[in-house]
Write a protein that binds this ligand. Sequence first.
Ligand SMILES: O=C(O)CCC(=O)C(=O)O
Length: 273
Amino acid sequence: MNPLPRSASVTPESAALTVEERATFERDGLLVLKGWSSPALVSAARDASTRQLDAREGPLELEAEVGYPGAPASTATPGGKTVRRLLRAYDRGDAFRELSTSAALGQVLRELMLPDDGSGTVLMAQAHHNCVMTKMPSYSSQTNWHQDVRYWSYQRPELVSAWFALGSETEENGCLSFIPGTHRMNFGRDRLDEQLFLRVDREDNQALLATVVTPSLEAGDLVLFHCRLFHAAGRNRTQETKFSLVCTYRTEDNLPLVGTKSGSVQDLGLAPR
Ligand SMILES: O=C(O)CCC(=O)C(=O)O
């Protein structure tokens, strides 16, 4: 029998997170919740992802468009049509909606993002992430060290992303690595390259890279990470596509800036308890 998913134990009366979990997130900018999603929901999201990838259901983002190391040089070269993301995940079916806007997730996010008196609301930001990452064999790329917020435009760089593993994620298939605590640090422009990736040739950055963590994930695990936390991922060196749903959340008082991509789509409320 499958163990009860972690999310099922979250009730309106209970705190969703322990004091230690909240402290871990505050310190590291990262929290792994093992066994968060139910196997049935993960399986439905994975099946839908596989089906939509096979049918090339848009909107899609291709590896060649991103142009990261290892990506095909153009859409006309071998592997050039390799998909990196199924965009607009929320609109792609019930399983994605249930995972990304569940009441249980809302409770966790409120505990991490709202003031201690719990005032305010958390919204899902539709303009960023809101996708299924499809890391495919052969032509997937390497994502260098970056902060997600570098191209986002909000009043404050205070958003949290939720990464739902829809299968196992290991170094071999290109899982995420993180540099704990970097969400609380300030990085001068000279520590980043022209595309705002962390410069790995600098000694100060190398000292940080000695502290990297690479959590292996199983289907159903959830990773929450701060938008200023440096993270990276390798290529998929297996023969199987890795699928992960990733969505981003803001508090209602942290508004997207007018006229930017961040403010181009209406954000979404999470399910009430
Ligand atoms: O899976 C990857 O390659 C990394 C994804 C990521 O960090 C991003 O798209 O911001």
